[in-house]
Design a protein around this ligand. Structure first.
Ligand SMILES: C[S@@+](CC[C@H](N)C(=O)[O-])C[C@H]1O[C@@H](n2cnc3c(N)ncnc32)[C@H](O)[C@@H]1O
Length: 180
């Protein structure tokens, strides 16, 4: 009950803050993934490419915002660890409060500077230039990566999935040396 109350207050403050400061040059845009439309595709990808090997992988949501994808994955899957990385102070705090009862770790860090554990499964809805920096710093090595809308500039995905009825795409990359 208390968690819900705190979560609700944090969300309300975040919404007011977002509406008030959304044009400020130092803000980073927050647009949530529509979990209901990506979920069936995520499930198919995970069952086909990771299957029963989830315990060998660390899950990262890059730029997790309020963390609804992170919490969905932690609830329905069995990864070794579940991490959400978020740079924006407000979204980081909202995510931490909303996720406090789940086995997830929320970290306030720039995704382009973080040191990742591999092998990993990554989910991100981030701008191409940020994705390219993570890729160039070897962040995605030996990992499976699913990206909503934006792909890594200059790197061909294994598969691009058209999300039915949404004009959106999921880009799948497999940088693993050993496949499941
Ligand atoms: C488009 S939103 C996606 C939110 C969430 N992943 C989802 O799919 O619903 C992008 C998020 O990434 C965060 N972000 C942008 N650049 C970042 C960076 N360099 N490091 C960490 N987080 C970042 C933003 O603050 C924002 O919350």
């Amino acid at each position: 009950m208390m968690i819900l109350l705190f979560g609700g207050c944090a969300l309300l403050i975040a919404c007011i803050y977002e509406l008030w400061f959304h044009n400020h040059p130092h803000r980073i845009g927050y647009i949530p993934s529509q979990l209901s439309i990506i979920e069936p595709h995520l499930e198919k990808i995970l069952s086909k490419h990771i299957g029963s090997h989830e315990k060998k992988y660390t899950f990262y949501e890059l730029g997790c915002g309020t963390g609804h994808v992170l919490r969905y994955i932690s609830k329905h899957h069995n990864f070794k660890k579940n991490f959400g990385l978020e740079l924006d102070l407000i979204w980081y705090n909202v995510c931490k409060v909303l996720s406090s009862s789940q086995p997830v770790t929320v970290i306030r860090n720039d995704v382009t500077k973080h040191r990742y554990n591999h092998p990993a499964f990554f989910y991100a809805y981030l701008k191409p230039e940020i994705l390219k920096k993570v890729y160039d710093s070897q962040g995605f090595q030996n990992s499976l990566v699913v990206l909503l809308t934006f792909s890594i500039p200059g790197v061909e995905p294994l598969e691009t999935i058209n999300i039915t009825g949404s004009q959106r795409y999921l880009h799948l990359y497999d940088f693993r040396s050993e496949k499941c």
